[in-house]
Write a protein that binds this ligand. Sequence first.
Ligand code: URA
Length: 210
Amino acid sequence: MDDKLAELTSEIKKCEACHLKENRTQVVPGVYGPKNSLCFIGEAPGFYEDRDGVPFVGRSGKLLDKMLDSIGFSRKDVSILNVVKCRPTDEKKDNRTPKESELRFCGDKWLFKQLKFLTPKLIVTLGGISLKFFFPTAKVTKSAGNILTLEEGYPVFATFHPAYILRNYNKIEEYDGHFQKIAEVYNQTNGEKSRKKSKRSEQKSLTDFI
Ligand code: URA
C-alpha cells in the first residue's frame, strides 16, 4: 500500500471525531485493491464488520463476493469502502441506517481522501444511501444500472445494496446485469486483461447466501 494511504488509514482507525465512537468496537476503514480499479461503496459497517474490522463480511458481503466472482474479480482486485466508518446503532444497540449528518461528516472527512489515493476507474455505489452521499437528489430506483459523473470526474455506477437483493431475490437477474455492465465498463476503460463472463448461473438460489 502507498505510504500516504497507509498513513491516512491509520488516522481513520484512530478517529474519535463524532459520537459513533461511543458504541463501536473498532473503526472499519475499508479494504484496498490496486489503484485505478473498481471501488465499491456501501453505507456503514454492521455487526460483523464492527466485530472483524472488515467491510461486507456478513450475508451481504457473501453475496457481494459471489457477484464479484461472477465477473471474474475477487476482493483483492477491488477496493471496498463504506461512507461511514463506524457502526451506527440505535438505543437497543442494533444496526441502524446512518443519518444524513453522519454520512456527510464522515464521508467528507475520510471517503474523498481515500478516493484521491485510489483514483478508481469506476466507483460503484451499493444502495440508495451511498448513492445519496454522492448525489443528494438521486434515487436508487431511478439510477440503478446507470452511470453518473461526479464533479471530481469519477464515473459512478449506481446499483442496489446486496442486502436489498437478499430481501428481494426476484431482482437477482437485474443485479446480474448490473455486474455484467460494471465489468464491461471497467474492461472498456482498462487496457489490461479482460475478465471472464458471468457464471452466476452456477449460483443456484438465495440459500447460497444464508
Ligand atoms: N452494509 C454496508 O453498507 N456495509 C458493510 O460493510 C456491511 C453491510
